[in-house]
Write a protein that binds this ligand. Structure first.
Ligand SMILES: [Cu+2]
Length: 166
């Protein structure tokens, strides 16, 4: 939830909650948490991608990649495109809830990655959608994913495929 909110320095503490809780935490409690300065992820001096993993969506030629983009620099960046040999089409999407409806929308202008922020792609939130997969993604395999950032340039990451139940 809350995907419409602008990414902020608070995402670091939200991440910890997301990793330890299966269900979404109360947004209010998360937002009143630690000051952003204590976020350990914002070390280093270059934009990077962490904890990337892919899943096969059951019953179709579709998959998803989840990861987090860490931008410890002073420059706002933009994830302009993604590509992988594993799928004919790859796009960054955002899951949006409108009342009881859930739909996905792309980022025609690119996905913003503000300076000194962590942008999290996770189930029911932002994700890299893999459409028209070249083959079924089997747990244990790896796929290559290229992320093209406006400032940081292209970044190639190797993404393990995990079991959807794990
Ligand atoms: Cu999607």
């Amino acid at each position: 939830m809350m995907v419409a909110k602008r990414p902020s320095l608070l995402l670091g503490s939200l991440l910890l909650l997301a990793l330890t809780a299966a269900c979404a935490p109360e947004p209010g409690s998360a937002l009143s948490g630690e000051p952003a300065e204590s976020t350990p992820e914002l070390t280093g001096d270059t934009l990077r991608v962490e904890d990337a993993h892919a899943i096969q969506v059951p019953g179709g030629g579709t998959g998803a990649v989840y990861l987090r983009v860490v931008n410890p620099t002073d420059r706002d960046d933009l994830l302009e495109a993604v590509a992988t040999p594993a799928a004919k089409v790859a796009e960054v999407h955002e899951t949006v809830k409108e009342g009881s409806l859930v739909r996905m929308r792309a980022f025609p202008e690119g996905m913003p990655v503000p300076a000194r922020s962590v942008v999290i792609l996770e189930p029911e939130g932002k994700h890299v959608m893999l459409m028209a997969l070249e083959k079924i993604l089997e747990p244990g395999e790896e796929i290559e994913l290229e992320l093209r950032f406006r400032e940081a340039g292209p970044l190639l990451v190797t993404v393990p495929v995990i079991d959807i139940g794990s």
